[in-house]
Every structure is written in C-alpha cells, then in structure tokens.
Design a protein around this ligand. Sequence first.
Ligand code: F6R
Length: 244
Amino acid sequence: IHENSEAASKYVAEEIAKLIRQRQSEGRNAVLGLATGSTPTKVYDFLVEMHQTEGLSFKNVVTFNLDEYYPMLPDSIHSYVRFMKEHLFDLIDIPEENINIPDGSIPESEVKAYCQAYEQKIESAGGLDIQILGIGRTGHIGFNEPGSSLHSKTRMIRLDRVTKLDAASDFFGQENVPDRALTMGVGTIMNAKKVFLMAWGEGKSPIIKDAVEGQIRESVPATFLQIHSNCDFVLDDASSQFLT
Ligand code: F6R
C-alpha cells in the first residue's frame, strides 16, 4: 500500500525497469503483459521518463497486451492499439515486431484460431515475465468478466453491463461501447511469472476487498489471483481502505 498512485506507479515502473536491465545483461528478452485503461498510465509515464533520462532501452522487450474491444479497427481512436502507441510505444525504442495486441479487426470466423495463435506466441516468447493488471468493478482482470474460469485462455467474451457503463464516457455514450472483446484468459494471466495488480481511488475499494479477502470464485475472477504464487496487489490508500 502506497501513499498515492504516483508512488505506487513508480514502484511498478522500477520493477519493470529492473527486469529489463537484468535481461539485457544476460542478452535475453523481457516479456511484458500490458494493460490499458486509466490505471497503468502513470507506470507508462515513468517508463518513458526512464527511457528519456536514464537511457532505459526497450530493444529487448516483447509485449503482449491483455485485450482489445471487438470489433475494433486498430487505427480507431477507441482502440487499445492507439492507446498503447500514445502512452508508450511511440515514445520508446521498442521494435514494432515485438509488440502484440489482440487484433479486433479480424473476421469472426478466424477468432478461434487467432486466439490460439496468440497463446502460442506468448509461449514461444518464453511466457510472460511480468503481467500488469488493473481491475474492473465487476472483478474482471483483462476482460475476464464474472463467470470466467480459472483455466480460461485467450478468447472472445461478452462485456458485462457494468463494464460497458464504465467505458461509456470514452465512447461518448454507452450505446457506442462494443458488446464484445478479445481477452487473454484467467489461465493465461495465472501463467505469468509475476503479476502486479494495481488499483487507485475509493471507487475500487469494495472490489479490492473482495478480490483480496473474498472467497475464490468465478463470479469475481480477480479472486483467482489469491492462488497465484507471485502476485502483488499494488494499491493506494483509498483503494485499500476496506482491507482488514
Ligand atoms: C484493460 C483491462 C481492464 C482494466 C480495468 C480497469 O486492458 O484489461 O481489466 O484494467 O477495466 O480499468 P481502469 O484502469 O480504466 O479503471
């Protein structure tokens, strides 16, 4: 628990930088699982700052984003591709071919094979070294909404009503939020060697209490993280206020 989201984000960014530098010294890649939304933006700001001021290089970094709306064109202002470029990728030296984000523009008939290939690609890269997560008010991680099983893999899902409500302002109205999304599964996330789930503000405090102290269950997918062997919840004061 950190005093504020700034200090907490700095901590996570430094952990990521440590991994990248360690891998660089070994001549190996660092494999990062990345999230979008409001929660990780300060982490990305700090990483960009380290790139600019300390020469932190991302040449040996491979990234896999958690999710993307479906359908979604990559160059849409609402796409997570656009989000990641704006907040991170266009501001650092990561090779384009090292970036992986689920493609919301593929035909529906190809989704199943595409999702299997995404899983395969994570595996071939050596698995996720660090996965960063936000959390939705439904308890979703990635877009694994209530009902997602522990072993679920990358797939198409239907977004929860609450999630669509929370995304409404980004889309200028709830009716414009896509009904579906492609997301890594709970099982994909559970396979990451290290997980940082971040949450800021009192709006997240009820779901943080449930995720950390509630019974482990599919109706709150974030509770599965209780059985991950190396997962940290990185919180500010406000989001942690209901923890006992
Ligand atoms: C985003 C993602 C989601 C968000 C969650 C919280 O890639 O996978 O699980 O992390 O919806 O969103 P924010 O951070 O906007 O509160």
